[in-house]
Design a protein around this ligand. Structure first.
Ligand code: NAI
Length: 302
């Protein structure tokens, strides 16, 4: 398995990589699995636009990339993926800076609305859908607007979740939103196939990122041990490997699929709900969690 963070840009010369000459946009690229994918794609020769709401994390990451000597193939775009003008500017930046657009990884996300269904706040539900679903629609729309006239195909990858495949793996709004992300990958894969643009969803299980452990690593490890058949931790690098396959020519006949990357958790029937930090106090609190965006969660005691 690839380590979560590695010395970016050292592993291969740009010309030898599996993404040599390709240009990618990766949202949520300042943390977790998005960040791991930025590192992997740079290693494989791509140029990358990192889109993220968290500008502090984005600029800090860019400083690291500059230090590692591959900053010239990376740009940071402070982007709210739920806002169309931001998404349009982010994809435009890829073309302005690097001349084309081949891959868009719609990956940014948050935990979103939590609490019992009887207490679910409509605004929190809508905001969750804007950040998790509207974002993917916008990312796909603006990717296709560049890729179709380019005439050389492309790969769009959406981060869904095993929570989008069935119950037991996440709160209601999050799970329903991730199911919509899978559906959007299927419908747009059909629509864009004549242009040789592939669209797929990755469904991670428990992946050890700041969103998943929320600062409580010991509790997260315990839940993982109790619920996941595979003995090792899922890391951002595991999702980066799946994204690399879908982005590269190795995946050239794969479209409209859900690639589950979960250490056999879905096969065993996920029983995470009620154990993770955002569902542990299911009947005592409700609110909205903004993940690692830098925005504080709202919490209502019931
Ligand atoms: P993370 O919190 O480490 O990284 C997510 C990044 O997305 C952060 O940098 C955050 O600032 C950014 N972001 C959030 N809202 C944004 C917005 N509106 N606009 C732009 N950027 C925004 O989380 P992680 O775990 O890497 O999550 C990535 C994706 O994977 C998310 O879509 C999440 O729902 C999904 N996922 C995560 C799982 C896990 O176990 N970690 C499991 C299944 C799915």
């Amino acid at each position: 398995m690839e380590p979560a963070t590695r010395s970016v840009g050292e592993a291969k010369e740009q010309a030898d990589g599996r993404l040599a000459g390709k240009v990618a946009v990766i949202t949520g690229g300042a943390s977790g699995m998005g960040r791991a994918t930025v590192e992997r794609f740079l290693d494989e020769g791509a140029s990358v636009v990192i889109g993220d709401l968290n500008a502090d994390a984005g600029h800090a990451f860019m400083a690291e990339l500059n230090q590692a000597g591959c900053g010239e193939r990376a740009r940071f775009s402070r982007t709210d993926v739920a806002v169309e003008d931001d998404v349009a500017a982010m994809t435009e930046l890829a073309v302005e800076a690097f001349g084309r657009l081949d891959v868009v990884f719609n990956n940014a996300g948050i935990g979103g609305a939590f609490g019992p269904i009887t207490e679910l706040d409509v605004d929190a539900w809508d905001e969750t859908f804007a950040i998790l679903v509207r974002s993917v629609m916008l990312g796909t729309k603006h990717a296709a607007r560049h890729m179709i006239p380019q005439g050389s195909g492309g790969s769009i990858i959406n981060t869904a979740s095993i929570a989008g495949v069935g119950g037991g793996a996440g709160p209601q709004a999050y799970s329903a939103a991730k199911a919509a992300v899978i559906s959007l990958a299927q419908t747009t894969a059909v629509e864009l196939a004549p242009h040789r643009i592939r669209v797929n969803a990755i469904c991670p299980g428990l992946i050890f990122t700041p969103l998943m452990h929320s600062g409580n690593e010991a509790q997260a490890e315990e839940v993982m041990r109790e619920t996941q058949p595979w003995p090792g931790r899922g890391e951002g690098a595991d999702i980066a490997s799946a994204a690399l396959f879908l982005a590269s020519d190795d995946g050239q006949f794969v479209s409209g699929q859900q690639l589950v990357v979960d250490g056999a958790m879905l096969a065993a029937g996920p029983r995470i709900h009620g154990r993770m930090h955002n569902t542990r106090n299911l009947h005592r609190t409700a609110g909205m969690a903004y993940g690692t965006t830098g925005k504080a969660a709202t919490v209502r005691r019931l």
